[in-house]
Design a binder for this molecule. Structure first.
Ligand code: C5P
Length: 239
């Protein structure tokens, strides 16, 4: 199977408290997007790469150019950014250095998970090659998780053994992901915002979503604490 890779990097990084888009923040002199493109590149699973960048951005577009990835403007929410990438993917001419064959599957990856090990990409790609229509990398949950109501009172405690924390890249066969995203455009922004991953859309279509093992190294850089961890693990001379 021929896979395309979508890297969503159009987020603002407001929770990180940076003055620039999160994917443009640097660790050891390299932007998170560069780390993500290098990591995905060394996994060697993608025949073409599309990156969603923040509207008006120039620096991240230059990074894409350097890696031969196609840059497209992201949307207001993550889900809309993925939709924009899929539209570009369906209409994209062949990219220099990549296969011309039309992709049969798509991996959707967060730029914020720029240290995902190659093995995770391989596990997701293998599951797709086996015929799974949707597959996500997951890790066990260490905290006890509770649901709460809007006044802050606990309404329940799901069994921790049933819970998984979900990572990316998430893999889909192309028709499944296109169908899943056909609905996003018509949704009000408040609902579009609550779609935090692509598997959610597949679930609403009753498409079985398979899981493979993720990795703790694949943590998402969201808060200053995550950034400190990234510096400690990968910061090199920046440490
Ligand atoms: O906000 P969150 O950390 O869940 O975002 C996950 C990923 O989605 C990030 O890599 C971010 O850059 C991307 N994103 C996007 N377009 C948006 C919002 C987020 O590409 N409008």
């Amino acid at each position: 199977s021929v896979l395309a890779l979508v890297i969503v990097a159009a987020g603002s990084g407001s929770r990180l408290g940076a003055a620039m888009p999160k994917a443009a923040v640097k660790v050891a002199g390299k932007t998170l997007l560069e780390w993500a493109l290098e990591g995905a590149g060394s996994a060697g699973v993608a025949a073409r790469i599309v990156v969603t960048v923040p509207p008006g951005d120039r620096d991240l577009r230059l990074v894409c150019q350097k890696f031969g990835a196609l840059a497209v403007e992201g949307g207001a929410t993550r889900a809309e950014s993925v939709t924009a990438a899929l539209t570009a993917l369906s209409s994209a001419q062949s990219q220099p250095g990549f296969s011309d064959a039309l992709p049969t599957g798509v991996l959707v990856h967060d730029a914020a998970r720029c240290f995902t090990p190659a093995q995770v990409f391989h596990r997701v790609a293998s599951a797709l090659a086996e015929g799974k229509r949707a597959v996500i990398p997951v890790v066990p949950v260490v905290d006890t998780i509770k649901t709460v109501d809007d006044r802050g009172y606990v309404t329940g405690t799901p069994a921790r053994t049933d819970l998984r924390a979900v990572q990316t890249p998430q893999g889909f066969d192309l028709p499944t992901l296109l169908e899943a995203h056909r609905q996003v455009g018509g949704l009000p922004p408040s609902i579009a915002e609550s779609i935090t991953d692509d598997a959610m859309l597949a679930e609403t279509l009753q498409i079985p979503v398979a899981t493979v093992a993720g990795a703790s190294e694949s943590f998402k850089i969201t808060t200053p604490l995550d950034f400190a961890l990234a510096q400690a693990l990968h910061g090199g001379a920046d440490k």
